[in-house]
Design a protein. Sequence first.
Length: 236
Amino acid sequence: MSDMHLHLEEHLQSSDMLSDIVIGMSDGLTVPFALAAGLSGAVSGNVSLIWIAGIAEISAGSIAMGLGGYLAGKTEQDHYNSELKKEYWELEHKREVEIHEVRKVFLDWGLSTTVAEEATQEIIKDDKRWVDFMMKHELGLEMPDPKRARKSAFNIGASYVVGGLIPLMPYFFVDNALKGLEISAMITLVCLFIFGYFKSKMTGVNPWIGGLKVTLIGALAAAAAFGIARAIEFGH
């Protein structure tokens, strides 16, 4: 039983980490890419301004995204603790109702009335086991990792930084912003496709279509930023 619990816990933590990486990388690849493209359209001769602004955006974005992940993790933990406290209160003040709910879970599983009653009486012998059962099978809540909020903040923030540096790197090695954008676009669009491909594969969506969708979104965002910047520049 302990091995099964450990396996489940590791699986859930692995899924959480992958989810965090997807969130961080997705925005990290797209937002700095669009920003760099927009600046390339406005200040084609000033490459240093682009990577300075890009680094500032990556710094601010990673902090904001990490904070969002932290707050989401804390909210999940607070919600679980609130429901846990409520379940203990109901055990004390609405015991018969809670017994009926346990029995209903077993009956819904297809157990016979006799077996469901035996299982119910076994579960309600221990209040902690009873509450854990109700949290999982009545409310559908798994106990969150107490370190989840901090882990999520780090995972999302770090993934955003990694993703954001990909479209920005070419600008460190060129003197012309448009040349930097050309190289950045090629590298970033390939990375977006690879990212979208594997993201879709994990979620059961057609990976080729998923990869193309993610690539198209990134390309449209960058093109829009570049076009708007050019239009403003020419307008002046």
